[in-house]
Write a protein that binds this ligand. Structure first.
Ligand code: MG
Length: 162
């Protein structure tokens, strides 16, 4: 088995929505980002890449590359998952925690999990998305940005069906 961890932060900026786990959520701000700024999927990508010791998304999809301008992070997620498969591993489960005072996440969790389950070819029961505030403390608490943590467990693909 392999464990991977990912962490990402994006700063709020002008805009009227944020994208989290592929779900567009109306908000008083957007996030500053080269891609769609989906912190949750960026953390998940880094967890997948970390589990196979394949670097990070900044390495594979550099923000200096115009091809990734405004990129749909679900496309990046599927590309990372393809690397996991090529390395001989399958997903056992993934767990994501989004840290933000606003916007509220709870009503969107079902759609978020469904997107990830589809992109990672996994059952919903293997995909967890949850959110917390930081009780007004730190940059998330001050409403300056959003952070996300992700952990994944991979198993050898040839043992996944056993
Ligand atoms: Mg990012």
């Amino acid at each position: 088995m392999r464990i991977g961890h990912g962490y990402d932060v994006h700063r709020f900026g002008p805009g009227e929505a944020v994208v989290l786990c592929g779900v567009r959520i109306p908000h008083t701000h957007g996030v500053l980002a080269h891609s769609d700024g989906d912190v949750a999927l960026h953390a998940l990508c880094d967890a997948l890449l970390g589990a196979i010791a394949a670097g990070d998304i900044g390495h594979h999809f550099p923000d200096t590359d115009a091809r990734y301008r405004g990129a749909d992070s679900r496309t990046l997620l599927r590309a990372c998952f393809a690397m996991v498969g090529a390395a001989g591993f399958a997903l056992a489960n993934a767990d994501i925690t989004i840290v933000a005072e606003r916007p509220r996440i709870a009503s969107h969790v079902g759609a978020m999990r469904a997107h990830i389950a589809a992109d990672l070819d996994s059952p919903l029961a293997a995909i967890s998305v949850k959110a917390t505030t930081s009780e007004g403390l730190g940059f998330c608490g001050r409403g300056e940005g959003i952070a996300a943590h992700a952990v994944v467990l991979l198993c050898r693909a040839d043992e996944a069906d056993a």
